[in-house]
Write a protein that binds this ligand. Structure first.
Ligand SMILES: Nc1ncnc2c1ncn2[C@@H]1O[C@H](COP(=O)(O)OP(=O)(O)OP(=O)(O)O)[C@@H](O)[C@H]1O
Length: 353
C-alpha cells in the first residue's frame, strides 16, 4: 500500500546540512495500523509528511498502491492529497467555522458535491465520530477529545484510503486518548482505511497498532509486529521506550540466587495455570521477581521475571516451552548450562511494573 524506498531527507542539502532521515525503507500494508515511534527530533513528522508529499525526499522513492508518486505534481498531487487524510496533534480546526463547517471544508474545496450532499455527508461523519449533537458549536466550545473527533471527521470527509495521524493523542489525557484510539481502530475496521500513526508513547502503539517501526536519529532501528517489539525489544532505544511505558525503573537482581528467566505468556496461554504444575512435576521453585499483565490491542499477555532454583531446571524450561511459554535467560546462575534454543539476553536488569 505505502512503500518508502531508500529515503534520505536533508532540509538544505546544497548548504551541506546533514540528513534528518537516512536510507529509510518501510512498507505499510493495506488496512494496517502502522505505528512510527521515536523521541522528539527523531524525524517522525518529516517521515510521515513524505507520504502525502508535504515534504519531498532528497533521494529515494515513495510508492502508493505500487504507483511511484515521488515527483507527483498538479492534478496528480491534488488527487493524492485528497486520498490521504491527516490528523494533527493540535487539531488545526478553523476557529471561525462551526463543527459542521470544519468538516464540510475539505468537501467544499474539492467542489464535487452539492450543498445538500455535503450537508448529508457532514451529518453522517459527525454521527460516526459521536458528535451529532455538536454540529453548530464552535471549536472553542469543545473539549480536546471532541476537537480531535472533529479533526478525524474532517480527515475522513473525502473518503481517504490512508489516514496519517501526527501525535493525534499527545495533547489528550489518558482516558480521552483511549477513546480516540478506540475510534481510530473502529474506523480502520469499518472503512478499511490504512492508518499510519506517529507517537512518542509506546502505550499508544501497544493499544492501537498492528506493526511498529522505531525511529532513532533518522534511522529505523527496530521494526516488527507490536507484540514482538513490545514484549521482546532488542534495541536499547526500544527497551527504554517500553520501560518508560511501564512506568518503572530497572530492578537489580545481582543478589538473588537461581537462574533468572523471563517468561512470556500470550494469547490463551496468558491465563493458563502452568507454573504450579511444572514446579511440582520437576521439583523446582519459582520466585517471582517482577511482572506485568495487560493487553496488546485486544490480546492478553503476561510477562514474569522469575528466579528458578532446585530440581530439574532444564526439564522445567522444556515443559514451559512445550506449554507455549516464551523463555528468555536474563541472568543469574547456571545460564551457561541451558539447552540451545533458549534466547539469552545480555542485560542483567529486569524491567518490571
Ligand atoms: N522545515 C525544516 N527545516 C529545517 N529542519 C527541519 C525542518 N523540519 C524538521 N527539521 C529538523 O528535522 C529533524 C526531525 O524533525 P521532526 O519534526 O521530523 O522530528 P519528530 O521526531 O517529529 O520530532 P517532534 O516529535 O519533536 O516533532 C529535527 O532536527 C528538526 O529540527
Amino acid at each position: 500500500m505505502i512503500r518508502l524506498q531508500a529515503i534520505t531527507k536533508s532540509f538544505a542539502p546544497k548548504r551541506g546540512a546533514p540528513p534528518v532521515l537516512h536510507g529509510i525503507d518501510l512498507s505499510v500494508g493495506k488496512g494496517e495500523i502502522f505505528g512510527i515511534i521515536g523521541a522528539s527530533g527523531a524525524g517522525k513528522s518529516t517521515l510521515v509528511r513524505l507520504i502525502n508529499l508535504l515534504e519531498r525526499p532528497t533521494s529515494g522513492e515513495v510508492f502508493i498502491d505500487d504507483q511511484r508518486i515521488t515527483d507527483a505534481k498538479g492534478a496528480e498531487l491534488h488527487e493524492l492529497r485528497r486520498s490521504i487524510g491527516m490528523v494533527f496533534q493540535h487539531f488545526n480546526l478553523l476557529s471561525g467555522r462551526t463543527v459542521a463547517g470544519n468538516v464540510a471544508w475539505p468537501l467544499e474545496l474539492a467542489g464535487r458535491l452539492t450543498r445538500a450532499e455535503i450537508a448529508a455527508k457532514v451529518t453522517a461523519l459527525l454521527a460516526r465520530v459521536g458528535l451529532a449533537d455538536h454540529a453548530q458549536k464552535y471549536p472553542r466550545q469543545l473539549s480536546g477529545g471532541q476537537k480531535q473527533r472533529v479533526g478525524i471527521a474532517r480527515a475522513l470527509a473525502n473518503d481517504p484510503k490512508v489516514l496519517l495521524c501526527d501525535e493525534a493523542t499527545s495533547a489528550l489525557d489518558p482516558q480521552t486518548t483511549g477513546q480516540v484510539l478506540d475510534l481510530l481502530q473502529e474506523i480502520n475496521l469499518e472503512l478499511g482505511v490504512t492508518i499510519v500513526m506517529i507517537t512518542h508513547e509506546m502505550d499508544v502503539i501497544r493499544r492501537a497498532c498492528d506493526r511498529v517501526a522505531v525511529l532513532e536519529k533518522g534511522r529505523v532501528v527496530e521494526e516488527g509486529p507490536v507484540a514482538a517489539v513490545f514484549l521482546h525489544p532488542s534495541h536499547p532505544v526500544t527497551r527504554a521506550l517500553v520501560r518508560e511505558a511501564e512506568g518503572d525503573g530497572p530492578l537489580e537482581t545481582g543478589g538473588i540466587i537461581g537462574q533468572h528467566l523471563r517468561l512470556t505468556f500470550t494469547g490463551e496461554g496468558a491465563h493458563k495455570p502452568v507454573l504450579g504444575g511444572i514446579a511440582r512435576d520437576y521439583g523446582v521453585d519459582f520466585a517471582i521477581l517482577g511482572g506485568r499483565v495487560g493487553h496488546i490491542r485486544r490480546n492478553p499477555y503476561a510477562q514474569f521475571s522469575i528466579s528458578l532454583t532446585g530440581g530439574n531446571g532444564l526439564g522445567a524450561v522444556a515443559a514451559l516451552q512445550a506449554a507455549g511459554v516464551a523463555v528468555e535467560v536474563i541472568g543469574g546462575a547456571a545460564a551457561a548450562s541451558l539447552p540451545t534454543g533458549i534466547a539469552t539476553r545480555p542485560e542483567r536488569h529486569l524491567h518490571v511494573v
